[in-house]
Ligand binder design. Sequence first.
Ligand code: G16
Length: 542
Amino acid sequence: MNIRTVATTPFSDQKPGTSGLRKSVTTFQQPHYLENFVQSIFDSLKDCAGQTIVLGGDGRYYNREAIQVIMKMAAANGIGRILVGKSGIMSTPAASAIIRQYKAYGGIILSASHNPGGPEGDFGIKYNITSGGPAPEKVTEAIFAHSQTIDSYKILEAGDINLDKLTVTRLGEMSVEVIDPVEPYARLMESLFDFDSIRKLIKNDFKLCVDSMHAVTGPYAKDIFEKRLGASGAVLNGEPLPDFGGGHPDPNLVYAHDLVEIMFGDNAPDFGAASDGDGDRNMILGNNFFVTPSDSLAVLTANATLVPGYQDGLAGVARSMPTSEAVDRVADKLNIACYETPTGWKFFGNLLDADKATLCGEESFGTGSNHVREKDGLWAVLFWLNILAARGESVEAIVKDHWKTYGRNYYSRHDYEEVDQERATELMERLRSRLGTMTGEQFGGYEVKYADDFSYSDPVDGSVSKNQGIRIGFTDGSRIVFRLSGTGTKGATLRLYVESYEPDASKHELDTQLALKPLIDLAQEIAQIKEYTQRDQPTVIT
Ligand code: G16
């Protein structure tokens, strides 16, 4: 066995963001760039020698090359066994499920999620811990610290492994198992949901359309919806492609245009859903009807006991800070705890492990539960189908009934992408400097109830995460939130989150942007967004 030690020097930009290290493909293709980060992962893991690691990616451009490099580095670093997805592909939730099912030491997931792929697109890598969840901050900080002092990495000199066949083979002393992640994932779903009822619903002429956006979920969606549930032809864009067919695999109303056209057209199906590049995000649509991710979390929480896997009730729920407070109202009624965490799925891990929360969700089209430690797009779709089968009502009727019971949280996110990094930082700094004197200030009809930079104390391990977004809350229950994204790869992305609460059912039919206009204008005024971003309009509104 020939292990080569290669001399290298640090790259200063290898600090993981909201979800691992995301950069352009060309950044990752620089000599030693990927290797430095992978070696930093192995160096920061204690006792990983002889252990099992799960490996897979969303199949985007550069996935195959990176997988081969990582396997050879794992072998050189003494890893005992690698479980790698067939063709190097594994959805993020499936990777989480497999880490847990095989009791692996951890996993390496290659994905830039919803960012575009291809030679000019993005690539990403993240490490998941034994629980199956994204590494917490103390682990990502240790990886970054190693990356800043690295002077060499280890790699086995060997030929490439054939990833297209389900085989068990060796790379040096390390065992390599090429596995099919679809089957174990589908079985996990069958253990949670009432597949018989969903099958019956579909047999009774219920039409659904699931858009995999030429990304990782295609094979999973075909297996689950078409084969197991009998919805033939339900999967749209089901073949995973390295460049996602040139699309932007982000399941929202802007980028999932194929699905949106179908669901808002004549004779639309009863139910539509889309998932993202690595399969952890979801968008839910009814016939001519959009469900916001925040409302989706609230509806799933309110109806959870209709689903076999959750029929005994929920220990609690959690949402990221910018996610709307719709779920808080449900938790209140159910008398269960509701946790507010910073943006980033990693912050839900401790709550799930400690059984303080059963369901979690984010405004960024992410929903999940304690069945894995990642958000899970197809799980959310099945949860909705199970509720639809149990209630026998349309998506729209269920959401409107929900608003009637709990009131409606009008909610929207405005993204200003690729703005100048320095100016975006200045905008945030300026806001930060005003926070101390804002409480009690009057802006038109709005009086500031609180203004702060969100800080989170983890109730399980006591760790504190500061500077997680600027919140300005008003006495009428509405609020505006400002954050800089931690997943963008070009310049800065400013996110503005706007929310208001309307208890009166006669006022639930307003257009969201119109309902929120006074708050959006106020956010412009307070943060001087146009001036700082040099943009008249947001790039994307969700
Ligand atoms: C990741 C995180 C999510 C987060 C999202 C957006 O999702 O796992 O928790 O909400 O990024 O983060 P930001 O607002 O910092 O860009 P994904 O699906 O991109 O892995």
